[in-house]
Design a protein around this ligand. Structure first.
Ligand code: ADP
Ligand code: MG
Length: 346
C-alpha cells in the first residue's frame, strides 16, 4: 500500500504547460478518481506517477519518498490502460504469468500467484483459453490480473472501461469496487465520465485545464460544488445555471431540486414557463421548460406533463446556488447570499 503526493508539480510539452504547480495528496488504500474533460491532463498525471513521462518540475512522492530518480519498474505501481495489451497468441494463464516469468519468479510461486489472482477476478475457468474466445469484460479482467500479479502498492487505471459497452461498463464498475475492497490497495482511476467517478470514488479529484477544481468525496462534490465548473460537470442533466440579473452573479439549481406544478406552490423561486421537450426515461422524466430567454432541465419522478403545457417551475430557497463573477460558489455564510436570494424572489 502507498500514498502518493504531488508537490508543486508542473509538466510542459515543448513550451506548452499542461499541469501548473499542482499540489495533491492521494491517500493510502483509497479509491481516488481523477475526472475531467478530455485534454485536461489526467493521463499526464498518471504517467508522472508511473514514471513513464516524468514531471518538468516539482516532486512526486510515493509513500513519502521522492521517486523522481526511480525508474518505472521499481516504483511498485502497475498501470491498466484503455487499450490494454493482452497477447492474442498466449493463453489467459500465459498472459497473466508473463511478467512473472520475465522477473524470474520460480514456477511454484508463479502457479500459486496466477491461481489466487485468477480466483479474485473470476478467471479460474478460463486459464487455458485464448483471449479471442473471451468476452470484452473477461479480457478486461485478464488485463487487471496481469497488473495484479506484480503485487503493486498502487494501481493506476486510465479509462480502463471506455471500450466496453454500456451494460458491461456498469458491471465492471461494481467488480472494480469489489476488487478494491478485497485488495485494499491504493487505486488511482482516470475517467472523463462523471458517473464513473461518482459511483466508484472514495475521493474525486476534479480537474480542468491542468488545475484541480475540487477534491472531495462524491456526496460533497454534488452538494457543495466549489465553483460553477464543478456544479456543471457533476450530475446529469447538469445543474441549471442562469443570470441572476445582479452584476455578473449567476444562480443555479439541480434538475431534481425543482418542483413542477400547474398552480404556484409558494416556493422561493417561481417562474411560469412552457414545456419544450419531454424525455420519459422509465423511473423518471426529464422536461425542458422554456421561460423568456432561458431554458431549464427538470427531473421528476412523476410523468404528469406534456409538451407545450404551461407549468410553474419552483425551487426552495435551500436548494439554490449562487456563483460569483469568477465562477466560485457563494456560500450561505457569505454576507451577500441573502441579498442574492432576495433578488431571485418573484
Ligand atoms: N506527448 C505529448 N506531447 C505533446 N502534448 C501532449 C503530450 N501528451 C499530452 N499532451 C497534451 O497535454 C494535454 C493533456 O493531455 P492528457 O493528459 O492526455 O489529457 P487527458 O488524459 O485528461 O485527456 C493535452 O492538451 C495534450 O494534447
Ligand atoms: Mg487521457
Amino acid at each position: 500500500m502507498a500514498s502518493i503526493e504531488f508537490m508543486k508539480v508542473s509538466k510542459s510539452f515543448d513550451k506548452h504547460a499542461v499541469i501548473k504547480d499542482l499540489d495533491l495528496k492521494i491517500e493510502d488504500g483509497k479509491f481516488t478518481v481523477l475526472v475531467g474533460p478530455s485534454g485536461c491532463g489526467k493521463t499526464t498525471l498518471l504517467r508522472m506517477i508511473a514514471g513513464i513521462d516524468p514531471q518538468t518540475s516539482g516532486s512526486v512522492l510515493i509513500d513519502g519518498k521522492d521517486v523522481t530518480k526511480i525508474p518505472p519498474g521499481q516504483r511498485g505501481v502497475a498501470m491498466v490502460f484503455q487499450n490494454y495489451a493482452i497477447y492474442p497468441t498466449m493463453s489467459v494463464r500465459e498472459n497473466i504469468e508473463f511478467g512473472l516469468k520475465n522477473n524470474n519468479v520460480p514456477k511454484d510461486e508463479r502457479t500459486r500467484l496466477v491461481e489466487s489472482i485468477s480466483a479474485t477476478v473470476g478467471l479460474v475457468d478460463y486459464l487455458d483459453r485464448k483471449p479471442s474466445t473471451l468476452s470484452g469484460g473477461q479480457r478486461q479482467r485478464v488485463a487487471l490480473a496481469r497488473a495484479m500479479v506484480k503485487q503493486p502498492s498502487v494501481f493506476l487505471m486510465d479509462e480502463p472501461l471506455s471500450n466496453l459497452d454500456a451494460k458491461l461498463r456498469v458491471q465492471m464498475r461494481i467488480e472494480l469496487i469489489e476488487l478494491h475492497k478485497k485488495l485494499g490497495t491504493t487505486f488511482v482511476y482516470v475517467t472523463h465520465d462523471q458517473v464513473e467517478a461518482m459511483s466508484m470514488a472514495d475521493t474525486i479529484v476534479l480537474m480542468n485545464k491542468g488545475l484541480i477544481q475540487q477534491e472531495a468525496p462524491p456526496d460533497i462534490m454534488y452538494r457543495k460544488p466549489n465553483n460553477k465548473f464543478a456544479a456543471e460537470f457533476i450530475g446529469v442533466p447538469p445543474m441549471n445555471i442562469d443570470d441572476l440579473g445582479v452584476g455578473k452573479i449567476k444562480f443555479g439549481f439541480r434538475p431534481e431540486s425543482a418542483v413542477l406544478s400547474k398552480n404556484p406552490g409558494g416556493l422561493h423561486f417561481s417562474i411560469h414557463g412552457v414545456i419544450a421537450t419531454r424525455e420519459m426515461l422509465g423511473s423518471e422524466t426529464v422536461y425542458q421548460v422554456k421561460y423568456k430567454n432561458s431554458s431549464y432541465m427538470i427531473k421528476c419522478i412523476e410523468d404528469h406533463f406534456s409538451v407545450d403545457q404551461e407549468v410553474y417551475v419552483e425551487v426552495a430557497a435551500n436548494k439554490l446556488f449562487f456563483f460569483g463573477e469568477d465562477g466560485s460558489r457563494i456560500g450561505d455564510e457569505d454576507g451577500c447570499f441573502k441579498d442574492y436570494l432576495e433578488a431571485l424572489k418573484g
